[in-house]
Design a binder for this molecule. Structure first.
Ligand SMILES: *Cc1c(COP(=O)(O)O)cnc(C)c1O
Length: 378
């Protein structure tokens, strides 16, 4: 069982990219991988007799966090109860993907109407609520959405330490600005974004390492608020946010990103930040391109992160070498996606967050929508 993950090198669109293979690490006992394994590291390492008999959480019906929690709880002989909004008749009748796997692990899945869900757990934008005892009985273990245990930081610090150690050993092989490492990681929602926020906390102090994150659920402004909340330290620097040319292209996005809370969801959808989880031909093309290079990623988070990275690269005037990127003038690049300057000339490390269990059910959705030939991808 590997708890340290390797770093692989890929050449993507002519650039050298380091990939931190958290998809390849496995936690003892539960066997979970990816960033959920980092977040649940402490839970996974806690002896069963020190844990209550019931674990309770909530979130989406195909969530990676749900499956990871189910695996850890089961490996410890614990019950796992999970609240989700309407599952849908189709999924109930023909369970697939993470939902089917969680059911196979005896997860007690409880469907809640949207309004009740919001009042029980807070809206997606609201502060997390301590659940009432009829949802999480006294003494049970409560895990907020996304597997953001209070002790998620310990496992993410281990990831940060592995990255810092790797860069300590390898930065000497690089020249000029390439000695600086930019670590890119996708960001989730709610108590998500935990990964990016804590990675930044533990990597920044190394000086030659910065962290950038791509909001996959909601826009940049929303993500900043989530990260502030997760960190609980108002003055702590946040990771750089990359949201690509597509999110910048609309003036609505600019208006929304100036900090107004609670913009109507219809506007958010038109603002250029694509709806999370919705199949799109562009996303599939990015995913397929990476797959053809031998980099197999998930379709929800990683494909969006790479779509944004490609847009950011396209706006980055210096090619891979980037030795002459110095003195390019900070901040004067009207119209360039956020973060183009940050990536310029620096070494890029992408953190592969796993989530590969969900890929086949996502591809099924692409097939149903006619975005993928029935026999195109095995
Ligand atoms: C959960 C998840 C993320 C997002 O992580 P957060 O800590 O919620 O930001 C990214 N990628 C994959 C594959 C995930 O499962």
């Amino acid at each position: 069982m590997v708890t340290q993950s390797p770093v692989d090198t890929f050449t993507i669109r002519g650039r050298t990219v380091l990939v931190k293979r958290d998809d390849k690490m496995r936690l003892k006992g539960s066997g979970i991988s990816g960033n959920k394994a980092r977040k649940l590291y402490t839970f996974n390492a806690t002896p069963a007799d020190q844990l209550p008999d019931l674990v309770v959480s909530h979130g989406g019906a195909q969530s990676n966090a749900m499956l990871a929690l189910a695996a850890v709880a089961t490996s410890k002989g614990k019950r796992f109860r999970y609240y989700t909004k309407a599952v849908g008749r189709w999924l109930r009748r023909t369970p697939s993907g993470n939902f089917a796997r969680a059911m196979a692990l005896n997860t007690e899945i409880i469907e809640v109407h949207a309004e009740d869900y919001a009042s029980a757990f807070g809206g997606s934008d609201g502060p997390p609520r301590a659940p009432s005892p009829d949802i999480c009985p006294e003494g049970a273990m409560w895990v907020p959405q996304g597997g953001a245990c209070a002790d998620a930081e310990a496992g993410l610090k281990m990831l940060a330490d592995e990255i810092a150690e790797y860069w300590g050993q390898h930065s000497g092989e690089r020249e000029g600005r390439e000695k600086e490492l930019v670590v890119v990681v996708p960001a989730g929602t709610g108590n998500g974004s935990t990964t990016a926020a804590f990675l930044n906390r533990h990597l920044r102090p190394h000086g030659n390492i910065s962290v950038a994150t791509v909001p996959c659920v909601g826009g940049a402004d929303y993500l900043s608020r989530q990260m502030r909340r997760v960190l609980g330290a108002p003055l702590e620097p946040l990771p750089e946010i990359l949201d690509g040319a597509s999110a910048l292209s609309s003036s609505t996005a600019a208006a929304l990103n100036t900090g107004k809370r609670g913009a109507p969801s219809s506007l958010r959808k038109r603002s250029g930040t694509p709806v999370f989880g919705a199949p799109r031909a562009e996303l599939l093309a990015v995913w397929q391109e990476l797959k053809d290079l031998g980099l197999f990623v998930d379709l929800l988070y990683a494909a969006r992160a790479w779509e944004v990275l490609f847009e950011t690269w396209a706006a980055d005037t210096s090619p891979s070498a980037g030795a002459d990127a110095e003195g390019g003038g900070e901040g004067g690049d009207e119209g360039a996606p956020r973060g183009a300057r940050l990536l310029e000339g620096r070494t890029l490390m992408y953190v592969h967050c796993g989530g590969l269990e969900g890929v086949s059910s996502q591809l099924t959705r692409y097939r149903h929508l006619g975005l993928l030939e029935a026999d195109a991808v095995q």
